[in-house]
Ligand binder design. Structure first.
Ligand code: SF4
Length: 208
């Protein structure tokens, strides 16, 4: 990267809800040591969202890319997970460029509601019916993870999974506060082995 480009990247800032060092709780990378960067801003407005405080980006302090990358590096983790909120409301190229330059892998957790930006090693695509995904996301999805509250959501899961590459891993995840969703998913996965169950293990362990 040229000197001027590096300065432009490092001077970019983002609204940050929180950063923390934990393990990935959901999906394929469950249990993996990771550093999380939670960006502010989301207008998808899922009724069961467990990070509603992230919705308004104005409520959160701005952090420079260089500082975020430095904090991540200090944890000595190999994976940085960019989550939200809806991270794709922001241009993620400066952030992913800076993190990758320090030798860490970057993962994305997104509803895909905005055009894909950045350079990621793993993309968790979690489509939401409350705001349709942008078409640019589908080809990047390494896993598709659909939160299930009712039988109706299974149709949405099938519609969306028909649009991702064939090798994309497929997960159904029960909505934490909807007990019947576990049974719905269990029965569905038994009859549809292309799907797997994803559980929010961080909530079971009472960790972030
Ligand atoms: S997309 Fe994610 S952050 Fe946005 S409302 Fe839905 S669950 Fe919450």
């Amino acid at each position: 990267m040229s000197g001027q480009n590096a300065i432009a990247t490092n001077n970019r800032n983002y609204p940050i809800v929180e950063t923390f060092h934990s393990v990935q709780g959901e999906g394929y990378w469950t249990g993996a040591n990771a550093f999380f960067i939670r960006l502010g801003g989301c207008d998808v407005h899922c009724p069961w969202c467990d990070t509603k405080e992230s919705w308004n980006p104005e409520r959160h302090p701005q952090y420079y890319v260089a500082d975020l990358a430095k904090i991540a590096q200090q944890t000595k983790t190999e994976i940085v997970i960019v989550t939200g909120g809806e991270p794709l409301m922001h241009d993620l190229l400066p952030l992913t460029t800076a993190i990758k330059e320090l030798g860490m892998a970057v993962h994305l957790e997104t509803s895909g509601a905005y055009p894909y930006t950045g350079s990621f090693d793993w993309v968790t695509f979690s489509p939401k019916q409350f705001k349709s995904p942008h078409p640019s996301i589908y080809k990047h999805a390494n896993e598709i993870k659909v939160v299930i509250t009712s039988e109706y959501d299974l149709k949405w899961a099938e519609q969306q999974s028909a649009l991702v590459p064939t090798q994309t891993l497929k997960y159904l995840q029960p909505e934490w506060n909807t007990p019947k969703s576990k049974e719905i998913i269990f029965n569905y996965v038994r009859n549809n082995p292309q799907w797997r169950i994803s559980l929010q293990t961080h909530k079971m362990l009472h960790i972030k």
